[in-house]
Ligand binder design. Sequence first.
Ligand code: FAD
Ligand code: NDP
Length: 494
Amino acid sequence: MAPIADQKFMYDLLVIGGGSGGLAAAKEAVNLGAKVAVLDFVTPSPRGTTWGLGGTCVNVGCIPKKLMHQAALLGEAIHESAAYGWQVPDPKTIKNDWQALTTAVQNHIKSVNWVTRVELRTKKIEYFNALGYFKDQHTICGKMKNGEEKLFTAKNILIAVGGRPRYPDIPGALEYGISSDDIFSLEKAPGKTLVIGAGYIGLECAGFLNSLGYDATVMVRSIVLRGFDQQMANTIAQEMERRGVHFIYQAKPSKIEKQTDGRLLVNWVDKERQTHQDIFDTVLFAIGRKPLTEELKPEIIGLQLIPETAKIDVIDEQTNVPNVYAVGDVLHKKPELTPVAIHAGRLLARRLFGNSTEQMDYINVATTVFSPLEYGCVGLSEEAAIAIHGEEKIEIYHAYYKPTEFFIPQKDVSNCYIKVVAFRNGDQRVLGMHFIGPNAGEVIQGFAAAIKCNLTFPKLKDTVGIHPTVAEEFTRISVTKRSGLDPKPQSCCS
Ligand code: FAD
Ligand code: NDP
């Protein structure tokens, strides 16, 4: 136990930002005896959307996204169920009710906001609905909703303010566009939607909107899912196209105008500098996120930010100001993922208040893109492994497969594909695993633990599969790309 309670300060730890990283650190710190306060404040989106305590993941990120993805999967299941003998009405008459969906999603979120507030109270973490900024390196000014300002002093300060969607600097973007901050609570069904940006958020939103019955188009500036294995990323885009999502490649929006009927006229420019236009009901920007660090007045304490991105470079979550720490989406070159923010926050609290020396390991963090056919991965992509180690040292194993549950409804299996990236010689350590198919997140999570334990290709092959599952396909994989042999599905049960 290490309660610091330096009498000079009101708190041992003041957390700015009540999202995934900040709350995890706060809870761990109080468990270790520290006196903790959390400031959390949500500035409304340009459209005016706002939400409660808990940060991006709970309110406008992972949770509503996964629920909408689930709604989309259920729609797919209803259509398939007829093939399994369910007497469903004519599939053409089945429709999703947007208002009912958003109400259900928002009710769930409100219940999580409530539970979070109760948990903070029970744990005696002081919570203030206030926008914080630095007064000096131990003092934060918190601006409440009513404009009142309050000073908070703390021995240690944790920046966990996350980020918000960026908007491009084009006419009409801020006036007429929306972002992921708005889509999950949009009062009116989105209708024909243009999603600008082909990262995680762009593909996931376009995917569930299309599956819910809306016309969805993704505008891709360069490539889809930059940073991911490009063969897998292109397979995801191909599968989305097969399901009806439109893609406009190598294009950038240039102007959005509102027509008299309320619909949006969007102009964009292609790589030959030709201008095109089309009309949409909704334009959703998913072009990346901006960290909320400049609003903290970092210059007051000499806190250094990366000039191009305004992110914070840390060593072991410590900034260049010794008593000021940072976790989560504000960090330079670290994955912007909830479990990363949570784990880093928890470990930091243990180091500050629990005599721990354990550091956060940001390598080999698994992730999943919840596109209609999901893509989960951990470790290196094929191109990254080759760039780092050289083609001769790397073996790529790959396979197409047929999920058993796809047979009866005769679902298309052409993009059910997996890949293992491993060293070719020596212990043949596995460097990366990639899975496209149902429940990709569930499949990859376990293999991520195996990779953390230095999984080798022989050990993977020596693992007895669970039949009939899609995850067992990794234990059956054997064809190398180098061999040129056909990676098409092996027979079901041999
Ligand atoms: P946040 O959770 O963003 O919390 C920061 C909090 O600080 C916010 O409440 C903010 O309003 C508040 N704040 C900001 N400035 C101040 C200030 N000056 N004073 C007081 N409070 C302030 N990750 C996954 O792992 N899986 C997913 O499936 C996934 N899906 C996502 C889907 C979408 C649409 C989005 C947008 C993100 C998704 N993410 C996902 C990413 C995940 O949400 C973030 O990585 C995570 O929330 C980051 O946590 P954080 O603590 O850094 O910041
Ligand atoms: P990303 O950085 O992943 O993608 C941004 C996309 O927008 C890229 O395709 C980029 O293209 C494009 N783009 C950037 N600027 C412009 C512009 N001016 N005009 C047109 N296109 C542009 O950001 P996201 O917003 O999708 O996601 C942010 C983070 O949130 C992710 O990195 C991820 O960590 C997290 N997240 C995680 C999820 C999960 O775990 N399932 C789901 C959703 C989000 P280009 O490649 O050319 O730069």
